[in-house]
Design a protein. Sequence first.
Length: 403
Amino acid sequence: MPAISERARIVPASPIRKLVPFANAAKARGKKVLHLNIGQPDLPTPAVFWEALQKAQPKVLDYTESGGMPAFREAYARFYTDIYHIPLEAGHFLTTTGGSEALLFAFLTLLNPGDEVVVIEPTYANYIGLSKATGITLRPVESFIEEDFALPSPQELEAALTERTRAILLCNPSNPTGKLYSEAEVRQIGELCRRNNLFLISDESYRDYCYDGEKFFSALEIEGGDAFVVVVDTLSKRYSACGARVGALISRNTEIIEAALKWAQARLAPPTLGQIAGIALLSLPSSYYESVRETFQRRRNILTEGLRSIAGVTCPTVQGAFYLMPRLPVSDSDAFAQWLLERFDINTTTIMIAPGTGFFSQPEKGRQLVRIAYVLDEPYLEQAVEILRAALNIYAREQVPIL
Ligand SMILES: Cc1ncc(COP(=O)(O)O)c(C=O)c1O
């Protein structure tokens, strides 16, 4: 057989999905697996989604315009204006197949192969994969669990810039750390971009998940940022609608939107059904977001408290998204995550977690970290903590002790 491409060879497997065969084998052996490994919220997708689909019943499931249905883009603009108080127009939105495609279009539209992008690590694993696929070099600046994954200082960020740097890619709140960056920090990054003539790609997929009364500040709110700010958005997490596969690339710089439209045309159209039902989701009242936020804040509290009650576990204090990234008393989080699926259970139940290695360009930096998604109801999270506590106890006895 001819050789597959170099880029296909170097793209890493998703750290979240690579344990799936072990989870499937565990289930085939009769185990129950609590999935804390993937950012798939468990809440029911709001009823208006299904009602809109039933009402629409299109005779032909046709393509929509490549940039999205006008009615969908208008609903998106109204949503941003009314719910987030960020005045935007339909023309500022390019409809995409989830935030994933918005990221791909941002990379393809703003960057050339060989260009560099500064990211904060640990980082969303797909940024690493996407950069490899598009020939872009990520320049990671590390954040640390001891500092609750705080934003690195402006000096550290500035030190990562080279003459090839074209953008800063910020995930706010962060997947995988759960860190929420403040208004002052977002402004600071905006200032850095302005001074150095860089794009700011702000992935705000989790912006509805901010806790302890903290207010989210979008990069779209940076005064004078219209030319260089690009936001990645999605309906996936906001509405527990990951399978709808709709999101948007957003910018007030319409030159960017028009250029990205060419990539959108090459893939013809975003999902029609997701857009039809997405219009109904984008029209939900603000009370919806409030109740989701409260649910996840309670879960974060339970999980943080639970993790901190386990000997040897360090759990940061974070206020966003639905992830926690604790440090465990293990020397290899990949081996531990696999062991949990293959060798451990309490009354036939075990947990699946994401090893920290996949969230770094240098995997060894994440050897003791794991990412836990609190996408299950409270009793399951309590059960998961007890499983982890017992597992760590037994694992420590089975393994060579860490020096
Ligand atoms: C930070 C971040 N950005 C973007 C996405 C893309 O999600 P989707 O393609 O479902 O919108 C995800 C999904 O997990 C994510 O965590």
